[in-house]
Design a protein around this ligand. Structure first.
Ligand code: PMP
Length: 281
């Protein structure tokens, strides 16, 4: 396996990371996951725009230009001969003697890997079960940071209840999934949490919002409650790796089952069309 280490594509075995890298000590870093369809990364520009935004929100500097990061990503995909799969790129603030205070001029470290993976056809077709649990994360969920304990703990709770995803609520307001954005459909209108500091503004989420516009479906980017989740006609989640997955049930803080409805199916289909066209904005 070839990986990206700094600005080089090298064998994974040859990577050496300092044990005082701030990513390792503090989770002081950011990442992106991009899906590769037919050898081509989908929405690469959008992902790397968000990468730059995450870096800037954390006062982190790129060690080389974003254009070069994109070139290295393309090289990484080629080197590993990935047809369908994902590419993971992360950047940490780099190594320095362990101390909370970071220096602005510290040398960031970019690493990445690519891996074969097929879209989760089963989840997309049959839907997934979810578990609703309190959102215990920090207040900058808009940053795609390496600090994911609130997410990983929620995912574990969901799995312990035989559910594929955890849905999160903050004081009764549904925010998102542990690794996905959350949508409900009520009376043929789509509702999803606004892109505030409380959620990650998913690239897939943004595609879905654009698609609803093209399809003449009303989308309300307004907070909605756990009661509204319970009473929804359809529920679905979205992410780079899942695309759109129907939600067939929720357990935990509220309980409900949902049919896989026509709005979800239509959006799934239109998103697949977009992916086929490899539209890059
Ligand atoms: N929210 C969270 C918390 C996530 O981890 C992810 C996926 N990594 C998403 C939303 C979906 O984002 P995207 O569509 O860009 O993959």
């Amino acid at each position: 396996q070839f990986v990206l280490f700094g600005n080089q594509i090298i064998e994974r075995d040859h990577v050496s990371i300092d044990m005082e890298d701030r990513g390792y000590n503090f989770g002081d870093g950011i990442y992106e996951v991009v899906y590769i369809y037919g050898g081509e990364p989908f929405s690469l520009n959008e992902h790397f725009r968000r990468f730059e935004e995450s870096a800037s929100k954390l006062d982190m500097k790129l060690p080389y230009s974003i254009e070069q990061v994109k070139e290295k990503t393309a090289e990484l995909i080629k080197a590993n001969n990935i047809h369908n799969g994902i590419v993971y790129i992360q950047m940490t603030r780099g190594a320095s003697p362990r101390a909370h205070l970071y220096e602005r001029e510290s040398a960031s470290l970019i690493t990445g890997f690519a891996r074969k993976m097929d879209p989760p056809a089963d989840a997309q077709e049959k839907g997934i079960k979810t578990y609703l649990t309190p959102d215990i994360r920090w207040l900058r969920c808009d940053i795609k940071s390496l600090n994911l304990l609130g997410n990983t703990m929620a995912k574990r709770i969901a799995a312990d209840h035989s559910c594929g995803e955890a849905l999160l609520h903050r004081d009764g307001i549904c925010t998102e999934g542990s690794s996905s954005n959350l949508f409900i459909v009520k009376n043929n209108e789509v509702h999803t949490h606004p892109a505030t500091n409380l959620i990650l503004n998913g690239i897939t989420r943004q595609h879905i919002i654009e698609i609803t516009g093209e399809e003449g479906i009303t989308v309300n980017e307004e907070p909605f409650t756990t009661e509204e989740l319970q009473a929804a006609d359809e529920v679905f989640i979205s992410s780079t790796t899942m695309e759109i997955a129907p939600v067939i049930s929720v357990e935990g803080a509220v309980q409900a089952t949902y049919p896989i409805g026509s709005v979800t199916r239509r959006l799934q289909e239109k998103l697949k069309d977009r992916i086929k066209q490899h539209r890059v904005h």
